[in-house]
Write a protein that binds this ligand. Structure first.
Ligand code: NAX
Length: 328
């Protein structure tokens, strides 16, 4: 059998961590033939809670789980990591300005980037889930100069999955009939879920819907504000669906997209579609052989252009703000 893959998970004692770790242990992150060793990172106050989760993982008797180690030091947690899921972040609290939020997260993602640079495995793949995910990923990447930039990504797969489910519901089809959904831009309320290139049972999705009012007044806001709606209903932010999307993101990155389909990932821009180089922005991507590639040559109409530009402008502002703080 294969040697175990080292998977580092930060924020392991949090609510996404609780849902995520069991799915990793069961083999859903990398596949049913790949044993995993978990390396959990938490802040010192939450190490005990992470130990509790580790006890439950042990009690799951997962055949693919080859070991669990718990750390409060990023250098140790990322040593030898093949996959890193950066979930722990500083949430926005009442009265906190965006600059404060970015600075607090800089205090987390800068040292984590440095630790990845210092000790992760050659083939390290990083997914940032903790918000503001795109810019946190940018901070980590900027502090890991020896790691190829394409190894740093951020999660918009939850938005992608939400958009796919909403479109399937509208058209009364199965989610598996929906292909080529795209989320553009930032994982925030400015994100743009694009159905103009999506296909439903082989037909263009926008034509199948044929309802611009639904698109603008229902679909886009429902997808973009779904996180807030979950908080309103559940009294807590989305956790199991976020964990599921993180599993999907890494599984697709490692195992590839299906022929005739793509997914959405926030990845470092190479300037495609007018997105400034280096911003970690969501694009349609295909994956093959453990590498992602931005889908090229899509026609972007005026409506979509405006939406993409607005979300990308927000990412540029966030980059400017963290530049001023000396974080990138
Ligand atoms: P929780 O507050 O339940 O858990 C976060 C955990 O991170 C805590 O246990 C905390 O001790 C730990 N932590 C904080 N700083 C750390 C550090 N420096 N090193 C290691 N661990 C640290 O939050 P949860 O609901 O699990 O959400 C985690 C993050 O995911 C949040 O930033 C949240 O905003 C973000 N989300 C991102 C989504 C996306 O689509 N990209 C969707 C879901 C989610 O809202």
């Amino acid at each position: 059998t294969q040697a175990p893959v080292n998977v580092t998970v930060t924020g392991a004692a949090g609510q996404i961590g609780y849902a995520l770790l069991f799915r990793i242990a069961s083999g859903q992150l990398l596949g049913a033939d790949t044993p995993v060793k978990l390396r959990l990172l938490e802040i010192p106050q939450a190490v005990k809670a992470a130990e509790g989760t580790a006890m439950e993982l042990e009690d799951g008797a997962f055949p693919l789980l080859a070991g669990i180690d718990i750390f409060d030091d990023p250098k140790q947690a990322f040593a030898g990591a093949n996959v890193a899921l950066l979930v722990g972040a500083r949430p926005r609290t009442k009265g906190m300005e965006r600059g404060d939020l970015l600075e607090a997260n800089g205090g987390i993602f800068k040292p984590q980037g440095e630790a990845i640079n210092a000790g992760a495995a050659e083939d390290i793949k990083v997914l940032v889930v903790g918000n503001p995910a795109n810019t946190n990923s940018l901070i980590a990447r900027s502090n890991a100069p020896d790691v190829p930039i394409e190894r740093f990504t951020a999660m918009t797969r939850l938005d992608h999955n939400r958009a796919t489910a909403q479109l399937a519901k509208k058209l009364g089809v199965s989610v598996s009939d929906v292909k080529k959904m795209t989320i553009w831009g930032n994982h925030s309320a400015t994100q743009y879920p694009d159905i103009f290139h999506a296909e439903v049972a082989g037909k263009n999705a926008a034509e199948a819907v044929n309802d611009q009012k639904w698109l603008e007044e229902d679909f886009i806001p429902t997808v973009a504000k779904r996180g807030a709606a979950i908080i309103e209903a559940r009294g807590a932010s989305s956790a199991a669906s976020a964990a599921s999307a993180a599993i999907d993101h890494v599984y697709t990155w490692v195992n590839g997209t299906a022929e005739g389909d793509w997914t959405s990932m926030a990845v470092p821009s190479d300037g495609s579609y007018g997105v400034p180089e280096g911003l970690i922005s969501s694009f349609p991507v295909t994956c093959r052989g453990g590498k992602w590639e931005i889908v090229q040559g899509l026609e972007i109409d005026e409506f979509s252009r405006g939406k993409i530009d607005a979300s990308v402008a927000e990412l540029s502002e966030e980059r400017e703000a963290v530049r001023k703080l000396g974080l990138v």
